[in-house]
Design a protein around this ligand. Sequence first.
Ligand code: NDP
Length: 309
Amino acid sequence: MHDVVIVGSGCAGNTAAIYAARANLKPLVIKGHEAGGQLALTTLVENFPGFPEGIFGPDLVENMKRQAEHFGAEYMDGNVTEADLSKRPFRIKVEGDPIEARTLIIASGASARWLGLPSEQRLIGKGVSSCATCDGFFYKGKKIMVIGGGDSAMEEANFLSRFGTEVTVVHRNDKFRASKIMYDRAKANPKLHFLTSTVVEEVNDVHKDMVTSVRLRNTQTGAVWERDVDGFFVAIGHIPNTKVFRGQIDTDPDGYIVSKGGARTNIPGVFHAGDVQDRHYRQAITASGAGCMAAIEAEKMLEAEGIGA
Ligand code: NDP
C-alpha cells in the first residue's frame, strides 16, 4: 500500500515526487511509456528559471528525478495498464503488477501528435520539433516550416515569425480548422506563407543528421517538389494520456482531465498535474508548478486522515 502513487515522470510527476517525498510520503512514481516526458525529447531548455545558460531537457528531468530519489521517492518502469478508481485504496496495474494507492496523482502528460514519417522521427531534436516556445530561438535568421491548420499551428507560426526569415505553414486541407481570429492574425503576418492541400512526404536529410529540406506533395494536382528548410515544427495537436482512466475520471471530449479546482479531479484522492489537464500553457515550469500543487493537496488530504503527519 502506497500513500502516494504518481503516474508519469515528466516535470509534473517529478516535481510532485519531490514534494511528496519531502513530506515523508515515500511516493512511488510510475515512469510511463515516455519516461521523462516531453523534456526528454528536447535539446536546450532556456526558459526554465534558474539556469542562466540553459540546461538540456534530458538533464533537467534527470536532475528532478535524482532530487526526488534523494528524499525517498521510488521509480518504477512501465505503464499503467488497468485502473480501478471506484473506491479507496485505488487499485492500478503496471504491466500486470498490482499496486494500491491511498492517493493518486495523474501526471501522464499529453503526447505531441506526429506525422509518423520515419525521417521525421529520426530528426526529432535535430531540426524537427513539436514546441515552438522551446525551440524557436534556435532558428533565428533561418527558414522555418510549420505543419498543421489548427490554432496551435497559427499560434506557433506567428511566434516563430519573430525568429525565422520566413515561415511556411503547410496544411493538408484547403480549409483551416483554426478559429477565425487566429487565422486572420496569421494571414495578416507578412512573414507567413501558406501552402494548402499539401502533405509532407519526407523530411531530409537523415544522412546529415539535420533538417535541410522537405519533400512536399500537392494532394489536388499531385505535384511533388522540395523546399529548403532548417526548422520543421509539427503542430497537429496533442493526445492526452488518459485512456486508461476514461469512464472514471471526468475528461473533456478530447480526453483532457477536467479540473475540479486546484489539482482536484471528480474523484476525491485522485489529483491531476501538468499537460494531462492543461491544453493551454504546456510549459515545463507550469507542469512543475502543477505537480507541486497536486502533491500538497495529496499531503493535506492524507494529513487530515492521520497519515504521514
Ligand atoms: P486541432 O486538432 O484543432 O488541429 C489539428 C490540425 O492538424 C488540423 O488542422 C488537422 O488537419 C491537422 N492534422 C491532424 N493530423 C494531421 C496529420 N496526420 N497530418 C497533417 N495534418 C494533420 O489541434 P490544435 O493543437 O491546433 O488545437 C487543439 C485545441 O487547442 C483547439 O481547441 C484549439 O482551439 C486550442 N488552442 C487554442 C489556442 C488559443 O486560443 N490561443 C492556441 C492553441 C490551441 P485537418 O484540419 O485536415 O483535420
